[in-house]
Design a binder for this molecule. Structure first.
Ligand code: ADP
Ligand code: MG
Length: 592
């Protein structure tokens, strides 16, 4: 085929494809324009998850009638004049592409009145062509209405996800800009129902509270740091609160939400040793850097940036987060050099069931995918008998430190971590009950709470919860929606009567990853493992002799008694051999 110049409408559809991928991209571009226009109030209205209608209205500076007809042209912008400006960008937009792109794949109406002008103007664009333009009365500011998105690009429509997912993406975008701009009142409506609102009073923690819930925002630790001309401000989660994915780690550079895996790494490294492997913090971090220190023109959606000196930014984030964590979290001191501890570790003679962590088969079909590191010093059992028996026959001696059971076995002493052991016991009992009920097409036994508990979630979390109510209820919880993002817990599984319902529900939510459909069974096993961890006896809990004995015998009944469901050991073995060496009865001291 000979080379041809593409017709204008094809070229603009191709370009639009880069900027406008889904309804949330439209919301993003329009909110950016409103923010650039200095709005103090932005209202986003959605119908049909954005496929039906998106309307973004602001009270910003507005546009004159000439500007209005220019705004919808490609490469038309008021934010740049020459190429140099590209390296001093202090607005969110600068490519002059968004309105043109949106106009080429939807029916677009813009109504705007400039400050100081008596009347406003309206322009309508369909498939890239102006179909209507006239002067009209309008409030100050700009209102952009986008209808029938992708009506002329059916292939795009087919690629969109479920309405719920698209709405969640929109919610996520509005949330990001709302938190980044606490001085702007932001509202999001879906089908005329308000699903998000911030006050615009300028307080970032208060704004965060409006979005993620007051309780969660109160727990967050504040980060305030400045180093090397880079300031890092915002909030990070305490070590007691974490998630199984990185989705709640948000970075902003000069007010722009960005994605940068290396900054995520910088943050998670700051939590090193404070979070379990496979757990991630929650963070909203706002970086302020000199405009010439960052290239924002890397990607059509402006979601990525390039720093002049990435290491400097990496270090600034890591240090800022670490400092805030240390200020709030005392680090436990362990005397790593203790001779006794070292040899105890070395002699640690109980291998994980399957040889590698996180893959502890409980029954033929159950796996726990959450992997957790095992101590490196772990060695193979020197005791063949242990390889075949699940646990040796143990005689309970007692409890120490309100955390460990001590038992005597055929070859020495066993120290059992009561929390890890109970976690394992609950997990296997729960799985067994669950499988049995599933066979009978029934649900797990549950027990009513004396006082049903109402819990409020963020919009995103509550839509996730709603999506998974089925599985939650099959797992023996009785949870019902209770109006605007609130749920009521009426019953909890009989096996877990000690758990706090609120904690349990939050754990459940953490596990529901968007758009991922791992094997149902894995989801269930993982959820059960996490719930059991929460419900298990804690270290620090004094157990009666009877309780100690019951825990020990329950553990003996388990199919994989030697590790907790997350792969950490439930017991440590001090062999007679080790004891003899330590007491100088053997080895170099023998004969004394
Ligand atoms: P960009 O934001 O990259 O300049 P857009 O296509 O998004 O490109 O917008 C084009 C121009 O239209 C902007 O530069 C701005 O001058 C004007 N404009 C768009 N939206 C608004 C708004 N909400 N209020 C005032 N002016 C706007
Ligand atoms: Mg723009």
């Amino acid at each position: 085929m000979p080379i041809r110049i593409l017709p204008a409408d094809v070229a603009s559809q191709i370009a639009a494809g880069e900027v406008v991928e889904r309804p949330a991209s439209v919301v993003k571009e329009l909110m950016e324009n409103s923010l650039d226009a200095g709005a103090s109030h932005i209202s986003v209205q959605i119908i049909g998850a954005g496929k039906g209608m998106i309307m973004v209205s602001d009270n910003g500076i507005g546009m004159s009638s000439q500007d209005l007809s220019l705004a919808i042209e490609r490469h038309a912008t008021s934010k740049l004049t020459n190429a140099d400006d590209l390296f001093h960008i202090d607005t969110l937009g600068f490519r002059g592409e968004a309105l043109a792109s949106i106009g080429s794949v939807s029916r677009l109406t813009i109504t705007s009145r400039m400050e100081g002008q008596d009347s406003g103007n309206r322009i309508k664009v369909e498939a890239g062509r102006i179909v209507y333009q006239k002067s009209i009365g309008a409030p100050r500011g700009t209102s952009v209405l986008v209808k029938d998105l992708f009506h002329n690009v059916p292939a795009r429509l087919e690629f969109l996800k479920t309405d719920r997912t698209e709405l969640r993406q929109i919610d996520d975008i509005v949330t990001r800009y709302a938190i980044a701009n606490p001085e702007v009142r932001c509202e999001l409506f879906h089908k005329e129902k308000k699903i998000l609102q911030t006050s615009g009073l300028g307080d970032r923690r208060e704004t965060l509270g409006a979005v993620v819930g007051v309780e969660s925002s109160r727990e967050m630790l504040e980060v305030i740091a400045e180093e090397d001309g880079i300031s890092v401000n915002g909030f990070i989660s305490p070590t007691t609160r974490s998630k199984s994915n990185r989705r709640d780690i948000y970075f902003f550079v000069n007010g722009r939400p960005i994605q940068d895996p290396s900054l995520v790494t910088a943050l998670t490294q700051a939590y090193h040793t404070m979070l379990m492997v496979g757990r991630y913090p929650i963070a909203y971090l706002f970086l302020q850097v000199p405009p010439d220190f960052v290239d924002v023109n890397v990607h059509p959606t402006k979601a990525e940036v390039r720093f002049k000196n990435p290491q400097r930014v990496f270090r600034a984030v890591q240090r800022a987060a670490r400092r805030s964590l240390l200020a709030h979290t005392p680090i436990p001191e362990i005397n790593q050099n203790s001779d006794w501890l070292q040899s105890a570790w070395r002699s640690y003679s109980i291998p994980s069931e399957q040889g590698y962590p996180g893959e502890n088969l409980v029954g033929p079909n159950w796996k726990v995918p959450d992997s957790v590191e095992m101590p490196e010093t772990q060695t193979k059992s020197h005791h063949p008998s242990l390889g075949t028996l699940k646990t040796p026959i143990l005689r309970l001696i007692g409890q120490v430190g309100a955390a460990y059971l001590v038992a005597e076995g055929p070859d020495g002493i066993y120290l059992i971590d009561q929390h890890a052991a109970h976690e394992r016991v609950l997990f296997e009992q729960y799985i067994a009950a669950y499988e049995k009920e599933k066979e009978n097409n029934d649900r797990i036994d549950s027990q009513g709470l004396l006082q049903p508990v109402a819990i409020e979630f963020s919009t995103t979390n509550s839509s996730m919860l709603e999506e998974h109510l089925d599985i939650i209820n099959r797992l023996g919880f009785v949870v019902e929606p209770f109006g605007s993002n609130t749920f009521i817990v009426r019953q909890v599984p009989t096996l877990l009567t000690d758990i706090e319902p609120e904690a349990a529900l939050r754990i459940l939510i953490d596990d529901f990853e968007e758009d991922e459909s791992p094997l149902q069974q894995q989801v269930e096993a993982r959820i059960i493992a996490r719930v059991c961890k929460r419900a298990a006896i804690k270290a620090g809990q004094v157990l009666s002799g009877e309780e100690q004995q019951r825990l020990l015998s329950d553990l003996e009944q388990c199919q994989s008694p030697r590790t907790c469901p997350h792969g950490r050991p439930t017991m440590i073995h001090l062999s007679v051999d080790i004891l003899e060496r330590q007491f100088g009865r053997k080895g170099s001291h023998s004969g004394m």
